[in-house]
Write a new protein. Structure first.
Length: 405
């Protein structure tokens, strides 16, 4: 008999397989196919990330009120419509930069709805320790994402339509898996006629919970810096570096994504074998520090192989940071507010994403992608040092009473 956790992992895997395909394809469209300027590449990624700054909070509130399952289905169905729209536009030869922006905004809305709903479902299907389930879920996510990178690497040869058709099929398969998830939840739709009032009150309550906890505040700051300097470098600056220095192709983009995800997944397997982290806060801070050094090494190295190695080490550090931050946030979340708290967790780096995309795009245009990457690495290292000194996150451990921080 297939357990709810298994269906959850299948649904999560399908989303991240499609997301892996999209990660390469979107960068390929804007950077290689359209050959837009660095500032236009930054604007395109800003458009993709911008909806999360508002909708992820609404999505978390809706997940708490109506359950994560129906909200996740709605969000993933919207993603199917988005990809079908892009495929039809390409088929009828209307593809352009403005069309890509429309697609990016709509897909960003879908992602903002799905993310908190999926995170809110995880504790309901986890029959045991949350941290171990987080590791299993993350291994599934990023492991299957690598297959998405491989599929997208053939875009230069097969064309966009075949790759987008595969993406649609994968998303539909995930919707079927979500429909089969059965969870025992006390959530029920609210009867208040003023839904927007409920949502505003729900978001405000979740914000009070997050900001009232010093540990969660520190994590939000780290996540914001990660979105500002790391995510934007990965999505905007590195594809520009590939185009300007190494020629640029869908296969090169896939190799970079594969190297990063391989490092992340290997770290996850190591953590799964080692057991729960004893010093979660310390692991989180050290991982981001190592990630900043690895990002600087991407620029200072010579040749495409050194670029791959630097991105791989960056992925190793990312595997540790993802596990530590998500585990802390899940354990500190009140059950009745878990969707909202995890929405703020996602919001903390998603909100920084559009700003970081613009920053990376314009910095790459002014100074070149190499200097832009060095600036991001140095800025992230400063944030990590400041949080280590000014917060109690360094001393946070799983065997301590974490609610006292």
């Amino acid at each position: 008999m297939i357990k709810p956790l298994h269906y959850y992992l299948i649904a999560t895997g399908s989303w991240f397989l499609a997301y892996g395909i999209q990660g390469v394809m979107f960068a390929w469209f804007v950077t290689i196919v359209l050959r837009e300027s660095p500032s236009m590449v930054g604007i395109a990624h800003m458009t993709l990330l911008a909806p999360a700054t508002v909708l992820v909070l609404i999505g978390g509130s809706l997940a708490d009120q109506f359950g994560g399952k129906p909200i996740a289905i709605i969000g993933q169905s919207l993603a199917v419509v988005c990809v079908l729209f892009l495929a039809l536009v390409i088929y009828f030869d209307y593809f352009s930069y403005p069309i890509l922006l429309v697609f990016a905004f709509a897909l960003g809305c879908a992602q903002a709805i799905v993310t908190p709903a999926r995170d809110g479902l995880l504790p309901l299907v986890a029959s045991g320790r949350i941290q171990r389930t987080v590791v299993q879920s993350t291994i599934t996510q990023f492991g299957i994402m690598m297959l998405g990178f491989v599929i997208a690497s053939f875009a230069d040869k097969s064309g966009a339509l075949i790759i987008l058709s595969i993406q649609v099929a994968v998303l539909l398969f995930g919707i079927v898996a979500i429909l089969k998830i059965k969870v025992n939840s006390s959530q029920s739709p609210e009867s208040d006629y003023n839904l927007m009032k409920q949502i505003r009150l729900s978001i405000y309550t979740g914000m009070q919970t997050v900001l009232g906890n010093p540990v969660l505040r520190a994590i939000l700051l780290i996540n914001f810096a990660m979105g500002l300097f790391f995510m934007s470098s990965y999505m905007v600056t590195i594809p520009l570096l590939l185009r300007e220095v190494y020629g640029g192709s869908s296969s090169q983009l896939s190799w970079i994504n594969l190297a990063n995800c391989l490092g992340l997944v290997l770290m996850m397997f190591y953590l799964l074998r080692m057991g729960d982290l004893k010093r979660q806060g310390r692991g989180l801070l050290l991982s981001h520090g190592i990630g900043a050094i690895a990002l600087a090494g991407v620029v200072l190295g010579t040749g495409f192989i050194s670029l791959i190695v630097g991105v791989f080490v960056w992925g190793l550090a990312g595997g540790l940071s993802v596990t530590a931050s998500r585990s802390i946030a899940q354990e500190l979340s009140p059950p009745s507010q878990r969707g909202r708290v995890m929405a703020f967790f996602s919001f903390s780096f998603m909100a920084a994403g559009p700003i970081g995309a613009l920053f990376s795009g314009f910095m790459s245009g002014w100074l070149g992608p190499e200097i832009a990457l060095l600036c991001s690495a140095f800025a992230m290292l400063i944030v990590v040092i400041a949080v280590s000194i000014c917060s109690s996150l360094w001393n946070l451990g799983i065997n301590e009473e974490i609610t006292k921080y």
